[in-house]
Design a protein around this ligand. Structure first.
Ligand code: SF4
Length: 356
């Protein structure tokens, strides 16, 4: 039976998702849709906060991501799937919330500061110059400003996303709790100024496995180490074969270190994926064989490929069963449902603010 809680979550449309996105969030969403009233948002306006200089693929990326959502098991009859920009009330509420949000709260947001540094680091030549810069360059070498109102204010838009639907629960990992606290603080500020309109959204803490990329670093498209959820059979094989293993192991008979440990960070990426795609008994035996030097890494990768091939084939088949028009229909019906709620909330907000 569904509970009264309303779960809200979203993803920026980066195109095809990788397995880190699946194990880190999407798999959890698929379970949540059976237990709560869920809204899952394609956060295309959030994409603009750091990527406004190139919007040429934004619509295609929205569709590709929703295809992955559907193939992974999100069911539009059980949850609302919609695109943020189809519900303009997100912008209206963000504007209103912006009125009560102190600038200092946004300027002290550690994520904003870190992201700014991270983005600036990628600017060609910056390392050589050794200078901090707030400019980024797109592929054509055109500089664009990163210290924008939109980028600084993204937590206000994030708060609006959740509060617009009176979201009571937000699935987050431990490291994302500070983001949610900003939304809660903004809700408190609004309620203090205009009366109790919003419940403070609570975290729905979820533990997600760390998914390493093929080079053992965190899986990320920007590192070029990602395995897409719908990776074709041939390229899956190529990527698995090229995966980093235990760097201390030179021969098949050398004792391996499958798990990450302080002396041997980051462990073996192949082993990490075994823990996701093989059963517990296999993982235990594989760990023992590796540590005892009873197995070569090529054979181990072959086993991993065999484990992954079935789920990947099934995923691609489910994905191929949807047409672009199916995605458009899902988004359009989701937008209607989301807007119905959003309009009611904005009527409450305007009344509380004595606007109309
Ligand atoms: S045998 Fe397997 S688990 Fe051990 S280091 Fe090689 S690839 Fe990793």
């Amino acid at each position: 039976m569904k509970r009264a809680d309303i779960v809200f979550s979203g993803m920026r449309p980066t195109g095809r998702l990788h397995i880190g996105n699946y194990w880190g969030a999407l798999k959890n969403w698929v379970g949540l849709q059976n237990r709560y009233s869920c809204l899952f948002c394609v956060a295309d306006w959030h994409m603009l906060t750091t990527g406004y200089n190139d919007t040429s693929h934004i619509q295609e990326n929205c569709r590709e991501m929703v295809l992955d959502w559907l193939a992974a098991g999100l069911d539009p009859s059980k949850c609302v799937i919609f695109r943020q920009s189809d519900v303009p009330e997100h912008a209206e509420l963000a504007l209103m919330l912006g009125m009560v949000t102190p600038l200092s709260m946004l300027e002290h947001n550690p994520t904003w500061k870190e992201q700014l540094q991270e983005l600036a680091k990628t600017k060609a030549g910056m390392a050589a110059a050794g200078e901090a810069t707030h400019y980024e360059e797109n592929k054509q070498g055109v500089s664009y400003e990163l210290r924008t109102f939109g980028f600084l204010g993204y937590p206000v838009l994030q708060a609006a996303d959740v509060l617009l639907y009176h979201g009571t629960k937000v699935p987050v990992g431990q490291d994302q709790l500070p983001h949610l606290e900003l939304s809660r603080e903004i809700a408190r500020k609004f309620n203090h100024a205009f009366g109790p309109v919003f419940a403070e959204p609570q975290p729905l803490l979820t533990s997600a496995p760390k998914v390493p990329g093929t080079d053992s670093r965190k899986m990320s498209k920007s590192y070029g180490n990602a395995i897409d959820l719908c990776e074709a059979a041939a390229s899956l094989e190529t990527k698995v074969k090229a995966m980093y293993t235990d760097p201390t192991r030179k021969r098949a008979t050398d004792p391996g270190h499958p798990e990450p440990c302080p002396e041997n960070e980051p462990g073996c990426a192949v082993f990490s994926l075994h823990t996701l795609y093989a059963d517990e008994a296999f993982v235990k035996a594989r760990g023992e064989d590796c540590r005892a030097g009873r197995l070569g890494c090529s054979a181990c990768k072959k086993d991993l490929l065999a484990e992954m091939s079935g789920p990947f084939d099934a995923f691609r088949a489910r994905r191929d069963s949807y047409k672009v028009s199916d995605v458009d229909a899902v988004l359009s019906s989701g937008a209607e449902k989301a807007r119905a709620v959003a309009r009611e909330t904005m009527a409450e907000v305007r009344a509380a603010m004595r606007l109309r």
